[in-house]
Design a protein around this ligand. Structure first.
Ligand code: HEM
Ligand code: HEM
Length: 182
């Protein structure tokens, strides 16, 4: 199943969900590690290059995913209580603006000095705003948003595991293996 149905998520949504979830957590670890590197580390240049390149690809993937989500039906959530449905909607829709703001702040840390971002020597994203001296502020915003994303992901993961192991519902299964066979 390529598209989402009322019974569960299609292959496109599932692939994007899990690949991006893994990449976002890895990006957090990479970002956290790389800001502690000193000038003499062999990774001093390559780690931020990797972080920026993957970040731009994730931003493009997120925009596609938002579009995909809007042109697909939503899996049915009638089994949830009103509170659970509200919390799930707030979390799912919270991720999109939070991640976009995180990625845009990362873009600004990298480009406020006027330089573009070279994505894996493949294409370059130009700088649209040059304002030297504002990189530190963008870095602070980026750091706070990165922590907020991890906090939301932790709550979201706890909820998914609770639905699976405590409530024994199909919520996790329909995101992992999709809708049940017809
Ligand atoms: C999934 C998205 C991302 C996550 C989870 C993430 C996470 C992080 C974290 C945790 C840090 C360390 C913050 C600190 O302790 O100061 C960091 C730093 C950084 N990130 Fe990201 N990031 C993401 C996307 C991006 C993007 C899209 C870009 C640029 C295009 C970017 C560029 C940077 C740069 C340049 C730094 C170094 C900042 C500094 O030197 O203070 N990040 N990131
Ligand atoms: C940074 C990591 C993660 C992000 C950003 C994230 C984001 C999202 C988003 C935005 C949705 C709504 C559907 C969509 O728009 O595609 C969703 C659904 C879902 N996620 Fe995650 N997720 C992450 C990690 C996880 C983890 C680790 C688990 C499980 C242990 C999980 C389990 C689920 C499940 C079961 C659904 C479907 C809920 C439903 O059908 O109502 N997610 N996730």
């Amino acid at each position: 199943m390529v598209r989402d149905t009322t019974e569960g998520y299609g292959i496109v949504s599932r692939l994007f969900h899990w690949v991006m979830a893994l990449a976002i957590v890895a990006m957090f670890a990479l970002g956290w590690w790389m800001v502690g590197l000193d000038y003499y580390s062999p990774y001093y240049k390559s780690a931020p290059d990797l972080h920026r390149s993957v970040g731009i690809l994730l931003l493009i993937a997120l925009l596609f995913r938002l579009f995909w989500r809007m042109v697909n039906v939503r899996p049915d959530d009638a089994e949830l209580s009103n509170f659970e449905r509200l919390a799930a909607h707030a979390t799912h829709w919270g991720f999109y603006p939070l991640l976009i703001a995180l990625m845009v702040s990362g873009y600004f840390i990298s480009t406020l000095d006027g330089r573009g971002i070279d994505v894996f020597n493949w294409f370059t994203v130009p700088s649209i705003l040059e304002h030297k001296g504002w990189e530190d502020a963008a870095g602070k915003v980026h750091e706070i948003l990165a922590y907020a994303t991890m906090a939301l992901a932790a709550a979201h993961t706890a909820a998914a595991l609770k639905h699976h192991f405590v409530d024994k519902s199909r919520i996790l299964t329909r995101m992992w293996s999709g809708p049940p066979p017809a």
